[in-house]
Design a protein around this ligand. Structure first.
Ligand code: FES
Length: 381
C-alpha cells in the first residue's frame, strides 16, 4: 500500500489499476495538440520487447488490470502483437490507442487472435481535407478503411475526436459519420492544454458559444440514437470553473511507462521539471509505485495548501491537475488555476477571453515535428 499517510482516498485500494504503456514517441502524424513531450525526439532509447514484458508482469503483480498500448503511434512497434499476447495471458483487459495509420487488416486479425479487447481510433474531422490538414498528413482514407476493418473483424469501435476550435462546429457531421460506420462509442475529447496543446492554446481553444452549441448537438444526438451509440462530451475545465479530479488523484490508480522506461503518475508528469522519474530499468516497479518520492509527492491531501486544504471538495477533485498547476503557476502544490477558488483563476478566464481573437498574428499552429520548438524559439527570440 502507498505510504503517503492516513488521508489517502484511493478508489483502486492503492493499486495502479490503469496502466498505460507508451511504447514509442514515434508517430507518422504531426498533431499540434499532441500530449507527448515538446522534445519527444530526445527519447531515443525505447524499452526492448523483453523489458516491456517484464513491466507487464511486474505491474500485474501490484494490481494493474486495465491496460492501454499507446504512443506516439503504437503500430510503429513491430512487437505489438507479441506484447498484447503476453498481456492477455497475464489477464489484462487490453486497449489499443491508435491513429489507425499502419493498422492493417492483417495486423488487426493477429491482434484479435492474440486477445486484444478494444481499439480506439482517433479522427479529427468528417471532411477528409480538413482532417488531413489538422494532422499534417494524408490519413483520412486510411482511418475510414481501418474502421471498416475493425468492424469486420468483430471489435467494438471507439472513435476518439480531439476537439478544438478547428472541428467543434462539425460535431453534428462527425456524429453522422460515426452513425454511418455503426460506431459503438464516440468520444469528443475536449483538449487538455499541456505540451503541444499548451504551446498552441491560443489557436486551439474554442469559444464558450462554440462549446454550448456543440453540447446541444450532442444532446440531440443522444436523444435520437439512444443505446445505439454512446457519446461522451464533457465541458472542459477551462469553461467550467471547477477543476477536474485529474487521474483520480496523483498516484491513486494511474501508472504510465514512457518509451524509455520512466515511470510517470500521468502522461504529462514530465512537464513538472523538478521531479525525478524513476526508471523500471533501475528500480522494482513495486518500489516505484509504493515508495518513490515522485509517486508520493502529491498523493492524498497532505501536500495541499490553501485554498485546497480548507476546501470541502478536496477529497473529490484533489485540487485539480498538478501538471496544469505547475505549467501555469510554476508551483505544482498550488490549486489548479481552473478552479474558481484559485487566486490564479484569472489566468484561465483571460485565456478563454483571448480565444475570441482568431489566433495570434504571424503565429501559425506549431505542428509536432522534430525541431519545431527550437525553430519557434529562434523565430520568437
Ligand atoms: Fe498530470 Fe493532471 S495531467 S496530474
Amino acid at each position: 500500500m502507498p505510504k503517503a499517510g492516513s488521508d489517502l482516498k484511493l478508489d483502486g485500494n492503492g493499486k495502479p489499476l490503469w496502466l498505460v504503456l507508451e511504447l514509442t514517441y514515434k508517430c507518422p502524424l504531426k498533431c499540434p495538440w499532441c500530449s507527448n513531450p515538446l522534445g519527444f525526439e530526445d527519447y531515443a532509447n525505447e524499452l526492448t520487447t523483453q523489458e516491456w514484458k517484464t513491466v507487464l508482469r511486474d505491474a500485474r503483480k501490484i494490481g494493474s488490470l486495465q491496460l492501454g498500448f499507446s504512443g506516439g503511434e503504437p503500430m510503429v512497434r513491430s512487437d505489438l502483437e507479441e506484447l498484447v499476447d503476453e498481456a492477455d495471458t497475464l489477464g489484462y483487459y487490453t486497449n489499443l490507442i491508435s491513429s489507425g495509420v499502419g493498422l492493417t487488416k492483417d495486423r488487426l486479425k493477429e491482434l484479435k487472435r492474440v486477445g486484444l479487447k478494444q481499439i480506439q481510433i482517433s479522427l479529427q474531422h468528417n471532411d477528409a481535407a480538413k482532417n488531413d490538414a489538422m494532422v499534417g498528413v494524408k490519413s483520412f482514407e486510411q482511418k475510414m478503411q481501418c474502421i471498416e476493418d475493425i468492424k469486420s473483424i468483430g471489435f467494438p469501435v471507439v472513435m476518439n475526436v480531439p476537439v478544438s476550435r478547428f472541428n467543434i462546429d462539425a460535431v453534428e457531421d462527425i456524429i453522422k459519420l460515426a452513425e454511418y460506420h455503426n460506431v459503438e462509442f464516440l468520444e469528443f475529447a475536449n483538449l487538455q492544454y499541456y505540451n503541444w496543446a499548451l504551446l498552441n492554446r491560443d489557436e486551439l481553444l474554442p469559444t464558450i458559444e462554440q462549446l454550448q452549441h456543440a453540447e446541444a448537438k450532442v444532446n440531440e444526438a443522444r436523444a435520437r440514437l439512444g443505446k445505439n451509440m454512446t457519446i461522451y462530451f464533457v465541458i472542459p475545465d477551462y469553461f467550467d470553473g471547477r477543476p477536474k479530479a485529474c487521474m483520480n488523484g496523483w498516484g491513486a490508480i494511474h501508472l504510465t511507462i514512457a518509451p524509455d522506461g520512466s515511470a510517470l503518475p500521468c502522461q504529462e508528469a514530465q512537464t513538472i521539471t523538478h521531479l525525478e522519474f524513476p526508471n523500471v530499468k533501475d528500480r522494482p516497479l513495486d518500489w516505484i509505485w509504493n515508495e518513490s518520492p515522485t509517486f508520493n509527492a502529491y498523493r492524498g491531501t497532505s501536500w495541499m495548501k490553501e485554498p485546497c486544504v480548507g476546501c470541502d471538495e478536496k477529497e473529490n477533485d484533489f485540487g485539480g491537475c498538478r501538471c496544469q498547476a505547475f505549467a501555469l503557476t510554476g508551483d505544482a502544490t498550488n490549486t489548479d488555476p481552473a478552479c474558481s477558488k484559485s487566486p490564479h483563476f484569472d489566468m484561465i478566464t483571460s485565456a478563454v477571453e483571448n480565444a475570441r481573437v482568431t489566433g495570434r498574428p504571424g503565429m501559425p499552429l506549431v505542428m509536432r515535428t522534430r525541431g519545431a520548438v527550437s525553430n519557434l524559439m529562434k523565430k520568437v527570440c
